[in-house]
Design a protein around this ligand. Structure first.
Ligand code: ADP
Ligand code: MG
Length: 354
């Protein structure tokens, strides 16, 4: 990602190294005036984004992998934290069963011992990972017993172990599991922002309502938490009606503003299959598609039956690029604004989106 948005984000990134007098703006009015509990460096977590929807299959993992992968390729330092037992990020990034794949053991140990996370470096240049996987099964009963002993403050456990390393990154994404609310609560207590993918069907929208309820609870622990926006995923429709319906559902779930990203990710099943099968991100497939020989050349050389990559990868990569630019522009605007209305001004096109 180059150009004005990229430069803008770099200057916003520089902001963290130069303390600012102005606090980032809340898209939804702050709930609690008190300071967050002492000991957690919330400044280090200002670029931490939790990808949340209680429903599975709405694009959380795909968005996290592609956004972070793209930003890393553009020169940003990115960290992915995977809270999923299935660990589909390992498939999307192609590190399943490799040295980076500890199946969630490192994450579990850090939360148990209260020691800083130890990301595995370089699943891509500039992209580090705290892997998820089967070991996270043990995190759920651990959290249940801690919540019984300490109350909801126990959910700050991830914030405590993430904050010491988050400051090393320009962007941190947390990939949340569907339905395992206790792990989502950990993410909501750590993140500065929630990004919520949804499909336009009923399931994704119901999942979004459930997130709305947990979001409100999480803000009692983490008053900084804000809703960055919802993203329409794997949609075949760019119609005004579909966007309006989704926006209405976000508004119902979260009250107040209903930020729906202008960019949606198009439905592209073959590209999605190629991506997960090969462990490649959309922008990487885009390059491979451009490099593959023309179909007639393959045919003439006897390779006609070999599986070819879908050319739609280029369009999907373009959607992720547009979304990335929109996201960085919005982050920068919220970080530099002083009033909620200024934040809304940062996305005037929102109301006019088709
Ligand atoms: N652009 C796309 N169009 C259609 N299906 C997609 C697209 N991108 C990813 N998928 C597929 O959608 C499914 C759900 O995506 P995923 O990101 O795993 O959702 P979640 O993390 O919310 O469960 C996966 O099978 C994935 O391969
Ligand atoms: Mg997932």
């Amino acid at each position: 990602m180059t150009g004005p948005a990229g430069r803008a984000a770099r200057s916003a990134t520089g902001r963290r190294r130069t303390p600012r007098a102005v606090r980032p703006v809340e898209p939804v009015a702050p709930l609690a005036p008190e300071e967050p509990p002492a000991g957690i460096d919330r400044e280090a977590l200002t670029r931490t984004i939790a990808m949340v929807n209680d429903k599975g299959g709405v694009g959380k993992t795909s968005l996290v992998a592609n956004l972070a992968g793209q930003f890393a390729a553009a020169g940003y330092r990115c960290l992915l934290v995977d809270l999923n037992r299935q660990a589909n990020l390992a498939d999307d990034l192609g590190f399943r069963d490799g040295p980076a794949d500890d199946r969630g053991a490192g994450l579990l140990v850090s939360v148990v011992a209260g020691t800083p996370l130890r990301p595995v470096e370089g699943v891509r240049p500039g992209l580090d990972i705290v892997a998820g996987g089967a070991r996270l099964v043990d995190l759920v009963p651990l959290m249940v017993s801690r919540v019984q002993e300490q109350g909801r403050e126990a959910f700050l456990a991830l914030a405590e172990v993430l904050a010491p390393v988050a400051g090393d990154y320009d962007l941190v994404f947390i990939d949340c599991p569907p339905e395992t609310t206790i792990l989502t609560d950990l993410a909501l207590a750590a993140a500065r922002w929630v990004l919520m993918p949804t499909k336009s069907d009923g399931g994704g929208l119901v999942g979004m309502r459930l997130v709305g309820e947990r979001f409100a609870l999480a803000r009692e622990l983490n008053p900084d938490l804000g809703l960055l926006g919802a993203v329409l995923f794997a949609t075949g429709s760019r119609s005004r009606v579909v966007h309006a319906e989704v926006r209405e559902a976000v508004e119902e779930a979260f009250g107040g503003h209903s930020p729906l990203f202008t960019t949606s990710i198009r439905h592209a099943e073959r590209t999605a299959q190629d991506a997960r099968r090969l462990g490649r991100l959309a922008h990487e497939l885009e390059q491979e598609v451009a490099a593959q020989p023309a179909w007639w050349a393959s045919l003439r050389e006897g390779g006609g039956s070999a599986r070819r990559l879908s050319p739609t990868a280029a369009s999907v990569a373009g959607d992720y690029r547009d979304l990335g630019v929109e996201l960085l522009t919005l982050l920068r605007a919220t970080e530099e604004s002083t009033t909620p209305s200024a934040r809304l001004d940062a996305r005037p096109e929102q109301e006019a989106t088709p």
